[in-house]
Design a binder for this molecule. Structure first.
Ligand code: TXA
Ligand code: MG
Length: 344
C-alpha cells in the first residue's frame, strides 16, 4: 500500500490535514501520529479489524494489549469503569500527559485491544497533534508505539517511516517527541496502585499524589517467557537495536575504566559508546546521553537507532542510577541490552 505522509506543525495545527488523518482513522485505516512520549500507531479502538491490522503491521504478538487514547477526561467513563479515588487523583494530576492508567474495562472494548483481559489501559496525550487527531476521529484510538515489534520506539517521524512505510495508510510527521520514553503505566484496578512500566511521569511525582503506590517487581528484572507478568508486554525483547548493547553501571571513574577495558577487548568489532559524561574513548561512534536522566530518556531510542545507521556492532552504555527519569532509563536500557549489565 502507498503510505500518505502528512507534515503537521504542532504549534500551528492545519485543520484540513488533521481532518484528512481523522477521517482515515474513523473509516478503519491506520495512522501513525506523534505524542509527547513516542510515536503511536493509531486505529479506531472500537473496530476490531482495524485494531488487528496494527498488530499485523508491527508484527506484535496478540497477547500484548494496547493502550486506548482519548481526547478528554470526560470520555474515560465510556471505555472504563470502577474508577477508585486514587485512580481519580492520578487522572486529575497527570492527564493529559505521559501517563497511562489501567482500569476495569467497559464491554464495548473489543477483546483484541485488551488481549482478553477485563481491564483497559487509558491514556490522554498532551501533544497538540495527538489531541486534535483523536478529537477529529471522534472515536477512542488504540495505539501501540509505532515501531516494528522488538525495535526501539520511534521518537521522530523518520523512525516511523523506516519501520512502517508501505504497511499503514498514513504517517503524520509532527517533529521530535519531547519525553522520548513511553508513558508510565499504573495499574489502578486493584487495591493499591502499582507501576507496571516506569516512564514519563516519575515515581516521585506519583508518590506525591498516591502515597501507597508500589513498583511492580518485574520493572527492574528480566522476565522469562514462562512467566505471566501483569504488564504482558514486559516479557518480550524490546527496544533492541541490531547492535549488541552492554550496560556498564556504577560510579563514573569505574564505569569509564571498565568501558576502556571492554573497548580494548572488542577492537575487531565496530564499537559505539553512549556516554553520560562526554567521555572520550577509542570507539567508532560516541553519542552523548546529555546532562541528566531526563535528557538521556529523550535521546535513548533515537541514539540506539543511530548506532544501527552507522553499522555499529557493539554498544557500551554508561549508566548511573539517579532518581526521577533514572528508573525509566534503566528499565529501557536493561531491555535493550537483554539484561546484559555489568555493575562496577
Ligand atoms: O507512551 C506510550 O504509552 C505510547 C504512546 C504511543 O502512547 N504507547 C505505548 O504502547 O508505549 P505499547 O503498546 O508499546 O505499550 C503498552 C504497554 C504494554 O507493555 C502493554 O503490555 C501494557 O501497556 N498494557 C496495555 N494494556 C494493559 C492492561 N490492560 N493491563 C496491563 N498492561 C497493559
Ligand atoms: Mg512499544
Amino acid at each position: 500500500m502507498e503510505t500518505k505522509i502528512i507534515t503537521i506543525n504542532p504549534n500551528q495545527l492545519h485543520a484540513e490535514h488533521i481532518k484528512i488523518a481523522g477521517d482515515i482513522l474513523s473509516s478503519g485505516g491506520i495512522v501513525a501520529f506523534p505524542t509527547e512520549t513516542v510515536y503511536g500507531l493509531g486505529a479506531n479502538a472500537l473496530d476490531a479489524d482495524a485494531v488487528k491490522r496494527t498488530f499485523a503491521a508491527k508484527g506484535r504478538p496478540s497477547d500484548n494489549p494496547l493502550i486506548v487514547h482519548l481526547a478528554e477526561r470526560n470520555d474515560i467513563g465510556s471505555i472504563a469503569r470502577e474508577i477508585s479515588a486514587s485512580a481519580q487523583r492520578m487522572i486529575d494530576a497527570f492527564m493529559p500527559g505521559p501517563f497511562t492508567v489501567i482500569l476495569k474495562k467497559q464491554p464495548q472494548i473489543p477483546d483484541c485491544v485488551t488481549a482478553g483481559l477485563d481491564t483497559v489501559a487509558v491514556r490522554i496525550p498532551s501533544h497538540p497533534v495527538a489531541h486534535a487527531l483523536i478529537a477529529a476521529a471522534g472515536v477512542p484510538v488504540s495505539a501501540p508505539s509505532a515501531n516494528l515489534s522488538g525495535k526501539p520506539s520511534p521518537t521522530e517521524a523518520r523512525h516511523v517511516i523506516e519501520d512502517m512505510d508501505g504497511r499503514v495508510e498514513c504517517i503524520i510527521d509532527g517533529g521530535a517527541c519531547t519525553v522520548g520514553v513511553e508513558s508510565t503505566v499504573v495499574d489502578a484496578s486493584g487495591k493499591h496502585p502499582v507501576i507496571l512500566r516506569p516512564g514519563g511521569v516519575t515515581f516521585e511525582q506519583l508518590r506525591a499524589v498516591v502515597p501507597d503506590i508500589q513498583i511492580d517487581e518485574h520493572v527492574l528484572k528480566s522476565v522469562s517467557a514462562e512467566e505471566t507478568p501483569k504488564c504482558p508486554g514486559m516479557k518480550y525483547r524490546h527496544y533492541a537495536p541490531d547492535a549488541d548493547v552492554i550496560v556498564v553501571e556504577g560510579q563514573k571513574e569505574r564505569v569509564q575504566a571498565k568501558i576502556a577495558e571492554l573497548l580494548a577487548q572488542a577492537h575487531e568489532k565496530k564499537t559505539g559508546v553512549l556516554t553520560m559524561y562526554d567521555s572520550s574513548y577509542p570507539a567508532d561512534l560516541i553519542l552523548s546521553a546529555g546532562n541528566n536522566n531526563q535528557e538521556y530518556a529523550q535521546r535513548l531510542f533515537s541514539h540506539l537507532r543511530r548506532f544501527d545507521e552507522f553499522g555499529i556492532e557493539i554498544v557500551f552504555a554508561e549508566f548511573c542510577e539517579q532518581d526521577g527519569y533514572g528508573l525509566a532509563v534503566r528499565n529501557r536500557l536493561y531491555k535493550a541490552a537483554g539484561n546484559h549489565v555489568i555493575k562496577v
